[in-house]
Write a protein that binds this ligand. Structure first.
Ligand code: A2P
Length: 275
């Protein structure tokens, strides 16, 4: 018989490797698969973890001596007892090909330091906050739209989510519907949070890339809102590298300036991480 190297158990993707020093080992609470490419999961939250809504953490699995870690935006708000994440399933991805198999009770590893630029402190004060996302790039905005602090800083929140097909939009649609119904967040979100979902590869109510829809004015027409204006508006952008580049250029062409925590301005950018 051949010697068999430690392998990931088919049903749990867990193995017996020791937890690396300084890393949190948390339990999976729930998993929801949206499509064959997208899933969301919730894990327990280490008591010591403090983060700002919109930040990301490094996530891994206890399935190797040196686990692979990938950046994941926390999709739950800073006040939540659990941590939620929204993930793509990359075929043969060093982490997501295993992570997509997690079940309640499994262990997920998390490095302790949250970070990121999609935080309201990196923006100067404004009236309307536009959160522009594609695919799993909606995750940090799932956090921010459920945080009362975001509504304390802005009068109106507009979340845009563009995906290939309608099934990929469901996470965002549930998020906003639940936020408006929620006894705590609904008080802030009702009438002030709007969602603009668009598809690019399947017919739906609003079709096209968000860049095109902003440029041709259909985005403003559909929502019945005034065009983007750096005097009153702030923009946060999260998606693929190509999307970030195009939306950033569009924002700059409209007079917006990129900000950071050390130098807040009128827009901020973060890539949606995959792997
Ligand atoms: P498209 O179907 O035209 O590529 P993905 O799942 O590949 O990350 O893409 C998510 C969504 O982002 C898709 O609807 C895709 O549209 C859109 N997208 C991809 N690149 C850009 C870009 N440069 N600007 C705006 N939207 C983009």
């Amino acid at each position: 018989m051949n010697a068999v190297a430690p392998s990931v158990a088919e049903e749990t993707c867990q193995t017996e490797f020791p937890i690396p020093a300084g890393v949190h080992a948390e339990k999976v609470v729930s998993v929801k698969h949206y499509t064959d490419r997208l899933f969301a999961f919730r894990i327990t939250r280490p008591q010591s973890l403090r983060f700002r809504s919109g930040e990301f953490v490094m996530i891994g699995l206890p399935n190797a001596a040196k686990p692979v870690f990938r950046a994941y935006s926390v999709a739950s708000p800073a006040w939540d007892d659990e941590l939620e994440f929204f993930s793509i399933k990359v075929p043969d991805g060093p982490l997501t090909s295993y992570l997509q198999k997690i079940k309640p009770g499994d262990t997920v590893l998390m490095r302790p330091k949250p970070t990121g630029t999609l935080v309201t402190d990196a923006l100067t004060p404004g009236k309307r906050l536009f959160m522009i996302s594609t695919g799993t790039g909606i995750a940090p905005f799932a956090s921010l739209t459920r945080d009362p602090e975001t509504y304390e800083k802005f009068d109106q929140l507009v979340l845009t989510h563009t995906c290939r097909d309608r099934a990929e939009l469901v996470y965002g649609q549930e998020l906003v519907a639940n936020a408006i119904e929620d006894p705590l967040i609904g008080e802030f979100a009702a009438g002030r949070l709007s969602l603009y979902s668009t598809t690019t590869r399947e017919p739906s109510e609003h079709m096209g890339r968000i860049t095109t829809l902003i440029e041709n004015g259909k985005f403003y027409e559909d929502l019945g809102i005034a065009p983007l204006d750096p005097a009153t508006d702030r923009i946060m952008i999260c998606g693929s590298m190509a999307m970030l580049k195009d939306v950033k250029e569009l924002a700059e062409s409209l007079g917006f300036e990129e900000g950071s925590l050390s130098s807040p301005a009128t827009f901020v950018v973060e890539r949606a991480f995959v792997g």
